[in-house]
Design a binder for this molecule. Structure first.
Ligand code: ZN
Length: 410
């Protein structure tokens, strides 16, 4: 039937699509499956060697539209490609069917239906704490991240789903094990080879630290993990690995270097330095971002206590603010009161806050001027007239427009 047209929408954009070993003709405009394999049912069909579509031959899926059938197959395929546990497939399929009951989705473009396949699988994975990233799904579906996230947000809202955020610990486990640093290979020097378990547990601790220190919230989780993995790796054998940069490390380990990882690394080192100041025997060493690396193992052992000591806890400060309401709004109290030396702990440093709040731009959020205009005030003629062109202005404007426009060939 090549060269024919789609019985559903009349489009002639029919493409061959092989699903496993069965070749199908599919309409690329509406997703209608025009022929599916060679199935014959009746003698007359066989005699005439006519192809009968699957849906016509069994009637099994008469209620299910062809593009939905196709989508459901894609959901199954995607689950299998990702090697997900068998129960996930049913959940994802249920979501796809549920989404298909919405008219807005049924009438959506084929591209969106394809993206929907990924959304249903991703939602299922998130609900089971399976560490699948949106980036991974987009790569598999050849989908644009913006198109994907748009559909994702829409479907989560439409179906009223509760989707937990990515489980960091699981992401660390899967992502970390993809680094090629655990077996000897010609491209990786022996001193760079690391034990997988050691690396995993230290990376987990560093990610946990980053999370407690507000470096994870609102950020893409992967670059945090990349930076933590690098630091864990360096600190496990600092003498040989301090010279290796983050970029070189990623290249050796054969993973992409997400650009925010550089910032996450600096932020994480900053936190570690603050923590190191709390230990007397490290304080005397006057550590910097480079020399602190070989003490990471020690710092992580007492990370909870050191973090509490190094930073003033935000919630404790809030309580003291509430006791003195005459001090006014929080943002004014914020840093000023802490810059004053407070007898007991003179070295007591900054608040533990997300980096975006510590940047302190010169003008923080200009407050809109207070207006008490009611909208019922008089409008004078002279006020309106200033928006109208004078006769002279009209003539000048016409002249200017005539000068710009292309002269007619006459
Ligand atoms: Zn069609």
């Amino acid at each position: 039937m090549p060269g024919g047209s789609c019985p559903d929408c009349g489009s002639s954009e029919l493409v061959e699509d092989s699903h496993y070993s069965q070749n199908q003709l599919v309409c690329s405009d509406c997703g209608c499956v025009v022929t599916e394999g060679v199935l014959t049912t009746t003698f007359s069909d066989e005699g005439n060697l006519r192809e009968v579509t699957y849906s016509r031959s069994t009637g099994e899926h008469e209620q299910v539209s062809r593009s939905q059938q196709r989508g459901l197959c894609r959901v199954k395929d995607l689950c299998r490609v990702l090697k997900l546990p068998p129960t996930f497939e049913d959940t994802a399929i249920a979501y796809y069917q549920k989404a298909y009951r919405l008219s807005g989705i049924r009438a959506a473009r084929l591209q969106k239906k394809e993206v929907l396949v990924g959304c249903c699988v991703l939602i299922t994975c998130r609900q089971h704490n399976w560490p699948l990233t949106m980036g991974a799904i987009c790569t598999l579906l050849y989908a644009d991240l913006d198109v994907f996230s748009g559909t994702y947000m829409q479907i989560v809202k439409l179906l009223g789903l509760d989707v937990p955020s990515l489980c960091l610990a699981d992401l660390v486990k899967t992502y970390c094990s993809s680094f090629r640093l655990f077996h000897a290979s010609p491209s990786v020097p022996a001193k760079y080879i690391e034990d997988q378990e050691k690396m995993l547990s230290r990376t987990l601790q560093l990610v946990e630290l980053a999370n407690e220190a507000w470096l994870v919230t609102g950020r893409h989780p992967l670059p945090v993990v990349t930076a933590a993995t690098f630091l864990a790796w360096q600190s496990l054998r600092p003498s040989d690995r301090l010279t290796c940069s983050l970029a070189r490390f990623c290249k050796l380990a054969n993973v992409d270097l997400p650009y925010p990882a550089v910032s996450r690394l600096q932020e994480l080192l900053g936190i570690l330095l603050q923590m190191a100041k709390q230990l007397a025997w490290l304080q005397v060493l006057k550590l910097d971002k480079r020399s602190v690396v070989k003490h990471i193992g020690d710092l992580l052992k007492h990370r909870h206590m050191l973090l509490r000591m190094a930073f003033r806890d935000g919630t404790a400060e809030l309580e003291t603010q509430e006791k003195t309401p005459e001090q006014g709004r929080g943002e004014e109290v914020g840093l000023d009161s802490f810059s004053l030396p407070k007898g007991k702990r003179p070295a007591s440093p900054s608040l533990l806050l997300p980096p975006c709040m510590l940047k302190s731009p010169k003008q923080a959020q200009p407050t809109p001027p207070v207006s008490t205009v009611t909208g019922d005030e008089d409008i004078s003629d002279s006020e309106i007239e200033q928006y109208l062109r004078t006769p002279q202005e009209v003539r000048d404007f016409e002249k200017a427009r005539a000068a710009i426009s292309v002269p007619s060939p006459s």
